[in-house]
Design a protein around this ligand. Structure first.
Ligand code: NAD
Length: 248
């Protein structure tokens, strides 16, 4: 660990009136939830991400996509927040107006660690929603569940899908607005465990930097947005986040 760099970032965090944190899949890796790339191993390695995480893929083979999400849902339910999630939650509780947490993660580990107000850019894997607006203009009703099949509306056949943002879909506009606002007004922007490959979330670091924030990246590997950062700390979220925040 680069101790002087760590202490320099701690000093920035201690002084900052507004801190925006952006987390990605690496935040939950040590809780046992695979990152996107890692989730495409084993049985799933022969599938293209577009098949498993797009509306077209779901329409083409609902059962395949539902199965993949069912397995990921089990993993999320079994996982526990790690020391990084806990350190962020403790800091947020101690300084209620200073930290805004923006996450690309579809798991609920920040919430279970105790951060209630999380801006969720990519939805919630544990939530169900309907694929289509009800063609009858009414509420759909899930019928009896068939094993390993997405539930269907008993009246119109509409399918249930997971409540995540798929490739090619818009981010929830209110969440994106709130995230951009938090990035712009932050004095320190802390980017944890993201490859920086998924837009528009990846643009938040640059937005913060242009607005005058000190940008810090925490990641064991190089990311596509390292050039936007004033400081890059190489290491894992469960080790570095407590090292940065504990006692502040
Ligand atoms: P990504 O899979 O593209 O990148 C993960 C990043 O985490 C990599 O840069 C990797 O080096 C880093 N990393 C790995 N282990 C780490 C650790 N212990 N500590 C810190 N960093 C670590 O993930 P992404 O950038 O979040 O983008 C992919 C999209 O897939 C996300 O937007 C999200 O919607 C979705 N996703 C979410 C989850 C989840 O909710 N936990 C899991 C998989 C995918």
């Amino acid at each position: 660990m680069d101790e002087p760099a760590l202490q320099a970032v701690r000093a920035r965090l201690a002084d900052a009136r507004k801190v925006c944190v952006l987390t990605g899949a690496g935040m939950s890796a040590e809780s046992g939830i695979p990152t996107f790339r890692d989730a495409l191993t084993g049985l799933w390695s022969r599938f293209d991400p577009m098949q498993l995480a797009s509306e077209e893929g779901f329409r083409a083979d609902p059962r395949l996509v539902w199965d993949w999400y069912a397995e990921r849902r089990l993993g999320v339910r079994a996982a526990q927040p790690n020391a990084g999630h806990m350190a962020l939650a403790t800091f947020a509780a101690r300084h209620p107006t200073r930290l805004t947490l923006v996450t690309q993660n579809v798991d609920d580990l920040h919430q279970r660690a105790g951060i209630v107000e999380t801006i969720r850019l990519h939805g919630d894997i544990l939530q169900d929603c309907w694929l289509n607006a009800c063609p009858r203009g009414r509420h759909c009703e899930p019928g009896a569940a068939a094993p390993a099949q997405p539930p269907r509306c008993s009246e119109c056949g509409n399918l249930v899908r997971p409540g995540v943002v798929w490739f090619g879909e818009m981010l929830p506009p209110a969440a994106l607005d709130a995230a951009q606002h938090a990035a712009r007004e932050s004095e320190v922007m802390l980017v944890i465990g993201t490859s920086g490959a998924v837009w528009p979330a990846a643009g938040l670091a640059q937005l913060a930097r242009r607005a005058g924030a000190y940008v810090v990246i925490v990641n064991p590997e190089p990311s596509e947005i390292d050039a936007q950062a004033h400081a890059v700390l190489r290491g894992s979220a469960a080790t570095l986040v407590p090292a940065l925040l504990d006692g502040l």
